[in-house]
Design a protein. Structure first.
Length: 538
């Protein structure tokens, strides 16, 4: 190694996305102190914002706001803060006095480096070092990378960092970018890398970046956070990168101090918040999609992974990199609607169900506990038996009603014989054209929005029964959720449907939806519970 490798910990800045900037004063002080004790080269203390600083947050208005959080300074450590190129008035920066931060990192979006440099000039005039973050570097063409390098050479910042904003890079992507920038940037400009872990590659890409520049005389900077803390899939982890540098690159980071920081300050956030690799953020990575789009679909629609892929793929590449929620909602609705002519299916089902009792068997454990009672009812009353989103192999069904692809595919594989022998009723968000034994009903025919979990399968099935003019419904297995997902179903392996594990709140919401439905059909439908349920109205 002929160059110097610097480690930059940005826990308090990137982690602010997770905590909404609130860490608490002891934690901010503690993390900065432990990172300095660990001999981390650059410590990012947080963001500079155009709002007054609130005690205990990592959003600062003036450099003096940071002073109270800093320990006596080690001369080998630099303190920095970040600004969005267009979201902070640099007139708020006092003249550099060496008592707070030493540098400002400016992040600018794809193609806006000239605007970023104009902001950088004003910051440099106040005496601070300037470091640049080229967000979504993967979007730059070769010509644009050359233009970026040329502009940076004219300004001569302390550093320029490659940013894998969407966690979409592979080794060849990063290698190509590094070759162009390393070959054309002034050798005194340090080259940095900021990874995101959407594809489980953040740490590996950091190693690749280091090895790619092993023979360069250029100093480099690696960004990381404690426990990988950061929005969505998170980042490369400080503990992994520092240990790698110690073992392979003659680093001298104190791993005890790093572990202390995690033990003392990070575990409480792990219990309260979530971040890190997940399938939704993997989808964001492979499609170079802004994480806010993923969060919107999860929060507002509990979108399945397959549907999420389809929705994101329907956006242009430019739209994926931004977040226009109105546009996203329209694409979601287009994906879910899949409007079909279901008049024939409805007519056929009405004839089958006309003047018949209908027994809906939901997947709750009471189907096992009350098996004999339910089967006695079936023998005496000869109802049309409909499974709701799941099979229980102890029963025979006339139909199974599916509301989502995950349960449809699970039933097809887990119970192939029963699946083949049972007629299906599917919503059009699963298929628009059914097989010979499948009847397709329009998704929007049975959906009523206004609740987070508006797509509860039993509620959707009840609404469909109303559309089919069924007047006598019996329910079993609609038990309610227990404290553990696996305890709620007779089949503990049923795929989870994006629940947030707040079972009491979920039960309250489903009960509210059920009550809303009952009120709407009180003069047209009688509903009888055969098994105990938390949703039964007394």
């Amino acid at each position: 190694m002929s160059n110097i490798i610097k480690l930059l910990d940005c826990t308090l800045r990137d982690g602010a996305y997770v905590t909404e900037s609130y860490f608490g004063t002891p934690t901010i002080r503690g993390i900065i102190k432990k990172m300095q004790d660990a001999q981390v080269d650059i410590i990012e203390c947080g963001w500079m914002k155009d709002t007054a600083h609130k005690e205990g947050t990592s959003f600062f208005h003036y450099p003096d706001d940071i002073k109270k959080y800093l320990p006596p300074k080690n001369k080998n450590v630099s303190f920095v803060a970040m600004i969005d190129w267009d979201r902070y008035d640099v007139e708020n920066l006092s003249e550099y006095d060496g008592k707070t931060i030493d540098a400002i990192r400016i992040v600018f979006p794809y193609g806006r480096y000239k605007e970023g440099i104009r902001v950088g000039k004003k910051i440099r005039e106040k005496g601070y070092q300037v470091l640049f973050q080229a967000a979504n570097t993967l979007a730059y063409s070769d010509c644009e990378l050359l233009e970026l390098a040329e502009s940076m050479n004219e300004f001569k910042p302390k550093s320029v960092s490659v940013v894998d904003t969407f966690g979409a890079m592979y080794f060849d992507d990063l290698g190509h970018i590094v070759e162009i920038l390393d070959g054309n940037l002034d050798s005194n400009i340090e080259l940095g890398f900021h990874a995101h872990n959407n594809q489980q590659l953040a740490f590996a890409l950091c190693i690749y970046f280091i090895e790619k520049l092993a023979d360069s005389k250029r100093n480099i900077i690696i960004d990381s956070t404690l426990s990988g803390m950061g929005r969505g899939a998170g980042n490369a982890t400080t503990e992994l990168v520092s240990n790698y540098l110690n073992r392979k690159c003659h680093g001298n980071y104190d791993m005890n101090a790093v572990m202390d920081a995690i033990d003392i300050y990070m575990e409480k956030f792990r219990k309260k918040f979530s971040w890190g690799y997940s399938i939704p953020y993997f989808i964001a990575g492979i499609h170079q999609c802004h994480v806010n789009n993923i969060n919107y679909l999860l929060k507002n629609h509990r979108t399945s992974n397959r549907d999420m892929c389809n929705i994101i793929e329907s956006l242009s590449q430019e739209d994926r990199r931004q977040y226009d929620y109105n546009l996203l909602e329209s694409h979601y609705m287009e994906n879910q609607n899949r409007i079909i002519d279901d008049s024939r299916a409805i007519e056929q089902l009405r004839k089958i169900l006309e003047n018949r009792k209908v027994l809906l068997l939901a997947p709750g454990k009471s189907l096992d506990i009350e098996e004999e009672k339910i089967k006695v009812f079936i023998r005496k009353n000869n109802p049309v038996v409909i499974a709701v989103n799941a099979f229980n192999p102890k029963y025979q069904y006339d139909f199974i009603f599916f509301t989502n692809v995950a349960r449809y595919e699970y039933a097809r594989v887990a119970y192939p014989v029963q699946f083949a022998d049972t007629k299906k009723i599917l919503l059009s968000n699963i298929k628009t054209e059914g097989d010979f034994d499948e009847k397709i009903i329009n998704f929007n025919l049975v959906v009523k929005r206004g609740w987070k979990h508006f797509d509860n399968a039993v509620i959707l099935c009840l609404r469909m029964m109303n559309k089919l003019k069924v007047s006598d419904i019996y329910l079993a297995g609609f038990d309610g959720f227990k404290t553990k997902y696996s305890e709620s179903y007779s089949d503990a392996n049923l795929p989870a449907l994006n629940s947030d594990d707040n079972w009491d709140k979920l039960n309250e919401e489903i009960r509210d939806m059920y009550e809303d439905f009952v009120i709407s059909v009180h003069d047209r439908m009688k509903i009888t519970f055969l098994t105990n349920s938390v949703y039964e109205l007394k």
